[in-house]
Write a protein that binds this ligand. Structure first.
Ligand code: IVH
Length: 671
């Protein structure tokens, strides 16, 4: 896979993991989710898909490795004999047809399903002994839940005594009826309490109250849908639902026994439309094999039954008007457009902003200030604009144009060919970018300033001590010593570390400047060809692209950097601060058996680390390139070579084994 694509995938995995962790925290620890289950599932599914496709990049601390839902302090833990499973999702008719086919293949013929509404609340496990209610637990992580017996006992729908004296374990969903939710929020607004975002949040918060009387006041409801264990077992799901109702449990009445794709799909269509009329929120349907003996034979995966699936309704859309389009400047200077909206309800929450992503998308949608637009919650944290309702466009609107100046610092805004984002070019001085710029400048591979970590950078910014990277060289120990966590010793140390960084090789400074697309490797190559700042700054696009490994995009980015006068101001300050901006004349490159060779190394070698092999090649007069191009003279392939090997083969470039490389280096017969 090409490097930028790999970076994009890894970046996406990282962002998804962060988002999932954040939403787990909101949901499990704070009981204040911002996403519906459906939106959350989209995040989880995307990450799971990427982890399956690229297992080698799965983060060691991936949130999918850990189920959320730590038992909260204050409730006794309950350990379940049988794990409390969740459901896998279906999204469309094809996936539903596949599921039916799989079940029919298992059964060896047509099978009936029990179709039910999926109630958007919280799972509870209820225990009755000899017909008497004894315990209720939340699902927790499926293995251990929380004992919420006293709270559940306040729910009016819950039978305290069953019609028959059975011993039974039942699963159900605690929810807050829409009508109750509206009433509760009206009441809270009147008394000045914060409003609940949606019925599900309200139900979750109400169930976990330490005082059961508070729970009672909320007016929760209950529907039951599964017999997990019973002294008098049933053989079919429809029978289970009938038995539950007979015993006195509340059972959602719209379930249906269906057979065949058409019948199941009719159920989907009916409730996709019909759900708005229900007094509870439903985020989908559940299709369960009716024959529970067959279900038991088919079994479960670790997390979900194979014999039952949730059918998720597609995300809801809402129509509203764009008040303004605003731009925010990200940490790397990218300008992200957001639509400020007339607030509108969408999938259970109030929405007043939606992402417009980038200039291409604005242009493709032709969204204008004043337009009526459809918004949708997708997998991302903030909703997005899906399309413009042209028939409602007010007169006098104008197409949105990106400004040519940064809204934060006034620096020039440009876009690299082929990139979606417009960026502020004032990379070393723009306040929106300064934190990242400073952290990068001081990082090990850049100016290697020990002690200039994130916390110190934040402190310096808070105190207003630096306004661009060059200000670092003006800091004095007297200024730093009184700051929190500093003192005279650390202050002296940091000032000394900053002073020492003046002498870093020019390639390091170049990397430290944070020019877009100029990573460590490219900085080294550029510094080799242009041994001073002046020479690099004077290089034309053509001169830049003549350098191996420098393509038109990098060349353009370097040119743009030097065309922004604000960057020159900072460079001048760096020069005055005595930062080295050129290399001493270099010795001629080594001559040796690899003179004239441009090698690319891929895979794991037996006798060398990556640095060692590169050093050995350079010492033998050769050059090492990061990616395969027509200029590559050979590819050295170790174990598990990557896509570089395929590319070399496609371009007909010779491939050497490690043994062949050793031989050329003069270590024949293995070192
Ligand atoms: S069956 C093995 N039926 O949806 C049985 N679940 O997304 C698995 N839910 O965690 C559950 N209504 O909390 C089932 N009629 C219904 C449901 C239902 C709501 C919830 C349940 C589950 C979640 C899965």
């Amino acid at each position: 896979m090409a490097e930028p694509q790999r970076e994009a995938v890894q970046g996406r995995m990282q962002r998804l993991a962060e988002a999932i962790r954040y939403h787990n925290h909101l949901y499990y620890d704070l009981d204040q989710p911002e996403l519906s289950d459906q939106e959350y599932d989209l995040l989880v599914e995307e990450l799971a898909r990427l982890e399956r496709a690229y297992p080698e990049w799965a983060l060691p601390d991936s949130p999918l490795g850990q189920v959320g839902g730590r038992a909260q302090e204050g409730f006794r833990p309950v350990h379940f004999a049988e794990p409390v499973l969740s459901l896998s999702n279906l999204h469309d008719r094809e996936e539903l047809a596949d599921f039916i086919r799989r079940m029919e293949a298992e059964a060896g013929g047509p099978v009936a399903f029990c179709a039910e509404l999926k109630i958007d609340g919280l799972s509870v496990i209820l225990n009755y002994e000899a017909g008497r209610f004894v315990r209720a637990a939340t699902r927790g992580d499926g293995i251990t839940g929380e004992d919420v017996t006293l709270n559940v006992a306040t729910i009016a729908d819950l039978p305290a005594v069953l019609r028959d004296p059975v011993t039974i374990e039942v699963r159900g969903e605690v929810y807050l009826a829409r009508s109750r939710f509206e009433a509760l929020n009206r009441e809270r607004a009147r008394t000045g309490l914060p409003l609940f975002a949606n019925p599900r949040n309200a139900a979750a918060g109400s169930l976990r109250q330490l005082d059961p009387e508070v729970t009672r006041g909320r007016g929760l409801s209950l529907y039951c849908y599964e017999i997990r264990a019973c002294s008098e077992p049933v053989t079919h799901q429809h029978e289970a639902l009938e038995r539950l109702a007979f015993l006195g449990f509340p059972v959602e009445p719209h379930w249906q026994r269906c057979q065949g794709l058409d019948a199941l799909w009719d159920y989907v269509l009916r409730w996709q439309q019909g759900r708005a009329e229900l007094d509870f929120e439903t985020d989908g349907l559940v299709f369960k094999l009716d024959d529970l003996m067959l279900a038991r034979r088919i079994g479960n995966t670790q997390k979900a039954p194979r014999w039952a699936m949730a059918f998720k309704f597609p995300p809801e859309e809402a129509l509203t008007q764009v008040r303004r389009i605003v731009l925010s400047v990200g940490r790397t200077g990218s300008l992200t457009p957001t639509a400020e909206l007339e607030p509108v309800r969408l999938a259970g929450t109030q929405v007043s902003r939606a992402s417009l992503h980038n200039a291409d998308i604005i242009q493709a949608l032709d969204v204008r200030e004043g337009d009526w637009v459809y918004v949708r919650k997708a997998g991302e944290i903030i909703p997005e604009v899906v399309r413009v309702e042209r028939s409602l466009r007010p007169p006098g609107t104008v197409p949105f144009v990106f400004p040519d100046r940064c809204p934060v610092c006034g620096g020039e805004v440009r876009r690299l060919p082929g990139e979606a984002a417009y960026r502020c070019l004032n990379t070393m001085g723009c306040p929106a970018q300064l934190r990242e710029a400073l952290i990068h400048f001081g990082s090990r591979a850049a100016m290697d300033i020990e002690g200039l970590g994130e916390r110190t950078v934040d402190l310096l910014l808070d105190q207003g001590l630096v306004h661009d990277v060059a200000d670092l060289y003006r800091l004095t120990a007297e200024q730093l010593a009184p700051l929190p966590r500093f003192g005279p010793v650390l202050a002296e140390k940091l000032v000394a570390a900053i002073a020492a960084s003046r002498e870093r090789p020019w390639a390091r400074l170049l990397y430290a400047l944070g020019i877009r697309l100029v990573g460590e490797k490219v900085a080294q190559v550029l510094a080799q060809h242009f041994p001073s700042l002046e020479q690099l700054a004077a290089a034309s696009r053509e001169a830049l692209t003549a350098v191996p490994e420098v393509g038109p995009k990098i060349a353009e980015s370097v040119r743009q950097f030097f065309e922004e006068p604000r960057n020159w101001a900072v460079l001048e300050k760096l020069r005055q601060a005595g930062v080295k901006m050129a290399d001493e004349p270099r010795a001629a490159p080594a001559q040796g058996p690899l003179t004239g060779q441009v090698l690319v190394v891929t895979g794991t070698l037996q006798h060398f680390t990556r640095q060692a092999v590169e050093a050995a090649i350079v010492a033998a007069g050769g050059r090492v390139a990061a990616s395969v191009s027509r200029r590559t003279t050979a590819v050295v392939a170790g174990d598990n070579p990557g896509s570089k090997l395929e590319r070399a083969q496609a371009l007909g470039i010779p491939v050497w084994t490690e043994a062949e490389l050793l031989e050329k280096l003069g270590h024949g017969g293995y070192a």
